[in-house]
Every structure is written in structure tokens, then in C-alpha cells.
Ligand binder design. Structure first.
Ligand SMILES: *Cc1c(COP(=O)(O)O)cnc(C)c1O
Length: 401
């Protein structure tokens, strides 16, 4: 989408809003597929938590993606999108046994990440195929909040507990049909990922009836031109080669699975907000938009540096700005950022706003959550309306005093 198209969307629907471009999602999906043409069976499960709008799920499913879910509600959203249970994998952490049993009864692939649940589940449902989430203890993440493979991480069953896993499997007679890892976001070093994969292959040798190995996700996407990103093509070639070798020694063709969120939708999304005021202080120039961390929390939560462009004045002379919102709490989007000259009323575009942006939005300060627009084949479609005052009060029970 070009700046004119983005502006036309704001003009039509008002702001602030999220716009997602299906062409970008498709290009990313194809890229991943092509990187792994070397393996016979590839399965891509889209991580629903990144962007869970039903129309987005439907679109990605139309490309061939299954869904990776982390809650029973995400499972329901995927079903609502018309995706068959057998194309959904459920990878919860710290949820109740009841929720896992509920998901299993729907028929989705269960992925278990702790010994206690593994034992309970295997004892009660030995016939239900289960995938095991392994923690290989390899650090592959960027921000400490999003790297989940380290020793203190709450995710996965430690690779050092493999003997215990095997004992549970033998005692219960349960069927382990998949081995999984997800070491966190922002993999830069392919060698580190391949090293973690070796640990997974070693673990896989201990299970006779596997159908798939799931390598999770963590593909790093660029946040601006020239930014480093995971070299998916090189990664695909190397891992495919190693995977085929493994399948040969294992004696069976397994499915290679991934569950990318960011990689598929991050760059497809832009968040558009209007500049309410330009405020010169003694130290900087603030551009304050009609939004805040209620709509886009990643800069405050993870220190994410979303590229910001002034689509109302793209050719303006660049100046330095601190971009903040209207929340009554610090809500800095960017400090000391070079942006084409900003005037009050201009529309700013926050890039890489497809993943973990709308899904993390809230009503803090009693503001409405924005609308979501899908840009498909040169046309805009509302896929979620902006909230209204009714949405803020509909669940409240009001007492009289
Ligand atoms: C969040 C998550 C993903 C997606 O991670 P991205 O960095 O968005 O690709 C994949 N698998 C699991 C289990 C997750 O929790």
C-alpha cells in the first residue's frame, strides 16, 4: 500500500486505525514455503495470538496455513474461521487440565509443556496423540521478555528431563506424535537455531511413532530498510537438508512444522494515527498523536522501535521528534526520531503493526479500541468496527446509592 492509499483509508473510516495488506501476508507465506521446498511435508501453523481477527485467520487459511493457538478461546476463533480441528495445534502454558481436555475433545493437536499435565493427561487419555514441547535451553531471543528457551523460562519441558518424559510415556502407554520447541522471537543467528534443532532431533530419536517435528518460530523481521532479518532462504536450505537426513535415519518421512506469527503478519500491518499537537519544550519537540500504549504497547513493553513515517508530508524536511500519545502516563512511541516535518493534523504511519499490536490493545483511559481494515486486491474492507461508548459500559452492572 502506498501513502495515498493509506491516507484514503483514514479519510474514509477516520482514525486511529489498523490496516493490514493481504499481499504482504501472501508474499511472506510464499517465501517460507519456497524456502522449504526441499522437504516433502511442510506444515505452517499461523500463531493466532499475533493477530487474531477472524478475517485474517480465514485469509491465511486460504493460503494453506493451519493455526497455532495458546488458549481455548483462540481455538474457538480458529473454528469460527472455518478451520478444521485437525489443522489446529494447541500449545498452552500453565492452563488448567480442564481446558486441555476441552481442546482435546474438540480434536485439535495437543502440545503439552509440563510433566505434571503429561502424566495426568496420558493416564486419562492414552489414545489421544500428544506433542511434547521441549525446552532445549538455547538462548535465541532478542528481548528477555520474548526469549523463552533459557534456563529460567517457564516454557517447555527441560531436555534434561527426557528420562522422566520417557518413563511417563512408557507407564501410561500414551502416543507421542510430535516433538516441539519454540525458543522465542528474533532469531538472528541461524547456527544457534540449527544447534537447538540438533537437540530436538536427539530427543526425537527416543519416540517411535512421531508424525511431525515442530520448530516453533522466532523469525526476525526487519523494522526498517536495511535492518537485519532472519535469512529464511539460507535457513530453509540448511534445515531442510538436515531434516531429510534425520527422516532417513528415523526411517520415515515426517512433517516439518513451523508456527510463525510475526513473520507472516508484522510487515503487513500499519497503524495510522493523527497528530493532535506539536509541542516544543526546552529539550525536544513532541508530536502527540490521538493514540497511546492503549493501542500500541510494544514500544513501552519491549522497547520495540516501530518505524514511523509522516504520510501527510512524506517529502517534508526531516527533523527530530519525540512521538508520544495522549495517555495520562508515559506513552512514548519514539525518542529523537528523524521524521519528515510534522504539522498538527498530519497522519503518522507506525510500521510493523500487524503482529502483537491490536491483540494487545486495551481500553486504558477509557478510549475505544481502533477499527481494523483489511486491504485486499486494491480495496479496503472493515474487519472490525471501532468501538463505541456502549462497548465500554455494556458489561458493567451499575449500583445505585
Ligand atoms: C508466540 C508464539 C509463536 C509465534 O512467535 P513469533 O515470534 O510471532 O513468530 C509461535 N509458537 C508459540 C508456541 C508461541 O507462543
Amino acid at each position: 500500500m502506498n501513502d495515498q492509499e493509506l491516507l484514503s483509508v483514514v479519510q474514509e473510516y477516520g482514525g486511529p486505525l489498523y490496516v493490514y495488506d493481504t499481499a504482504v501476508m501472501q508474499a511472506q507465506y510464499k517465501r517460507l514455503q519456497q524456502a522449504f521446498t526441499g522437504v516433502n511435508k511442510l506444515r505452517v501453523h499461523y500463531a493466532v495470538k499475533a493477530l487474531s481477527n477472524i478475517s485474517v485467520l480465514k485469509y491465511l487459511h486460504s493460503l494453506g496455513a493451519g493455526m497455532d493457538t495458546v488458549s481455548i478461546q483462540e481455538v474457538r476463533l480458529a473454528l469460527e474461521a472455518g478451520i478444521p480441528a485437525e489443522e489446529i495445534i494447541y500449545t498452552p502454558n500453565g492452563v488448567s487440565m480442564e481446558e486441555i481436555e476441552k481442546a482435546a475433545s474438540i480434536g485439535v493437536q495437543i502440545n503439552i509443556d509440563n510433566l505434571s499435565v503429561l502424566e495426568q493427561f496420558g493416564t486419562k487419555h492414552p489414545k489421544t496423540p500428544v506433542c511434547i514441547r521441549i525446552n532445549p535451553h538455547v538462548m535465541a531471543g532478542g528481548n528477555t521478555n520474548i526469549s523463552v528457551g533459557h534456563i529460567d523460562s517457564k516454557f517447555g519441558i527441560s531436555i534434561h528431563q527426557l528420562p522422566h518424559i520417557k518413563r511417563i510415556v512408557e507407564n501410561t502407554g500414551m502416543w507421542i506424535n510430535g516433538i516441539h520447541m519454540h525458543t522465542g522471537s528474533d532469531i538472528l543467528d541461524i547456527e544457534v537455531f540449527l544447534y537447538a534443532s540438533e537437540i530436538l532431533f536427539k530427543a526425537a530419536e527416543h519416540f517411535e511413532d512421531l508424525e511431525f517435528i515442530d520448530f516453533g518460530s522466532g523469525f526476525k523481521v526487519p523494522y526498517r530498510e536495511g535492518d537485519i532479518e532472519t535469512n529464511v532462504e539460507e535457513f530453509g536450505e540448511k534445515l531442510s537438508h538436515r531434516f531429510n537426513e534425520f527422516c532417513q535415519s528415523y526411517g520415515r518421512d515426517l512433517t516439518l512444522a513451523f508456527e510463525p506469527g510475526k513473520f507472516l503478519v508484522s510487515q503487513a500491518g500499519k497503524f495510522l494515527a493523527k497528530v493532535n499537537v506539536v509541542k516544543q519544550t526546552t529539550s525536544t519537540v513532541f508530536a502527540q498523536v490521538d493514540s497511546g500504549f492503549n493501542h500500541l504497547i510494544r514500544p513501552m513493553l519491549y522497547g520495540s522501535q516501530h518505524y514511523i513515517s509522516n504520510i501527510s508530508n512524506p517529502d517534508g524536511r526531516e527533523r527530530f521528534y519525540s512521538v508520544t500519545g495522549y495517555i495520562c502516563e508515559t506513552d512514548t512511541f519514539a525518542n529523537n526520531r528523524r521524521i519528515a516535518e510534522i504539522r498538527e493534523g498530519d497522519i503518522l504511519a507506525f510500521h510493523n503493526a500487524g503482529a502483537y499490536c491490536f491483540t494487545m490493545a486495551s481500553n486504558y483511559n477509557s478510549r475505544y479500541r481502533p477499527a481494523e481494515i483489511l486491504w485486499h486486491k486494491g480495496k479496503s474492507h472493515v474487519i472490525r468496527e471501532r468501538e463505541t461508548f456502549d462497548d465500554l459500559i455494556v458489561k458493567q452492572k451499575v449500583l445505585e446509592f
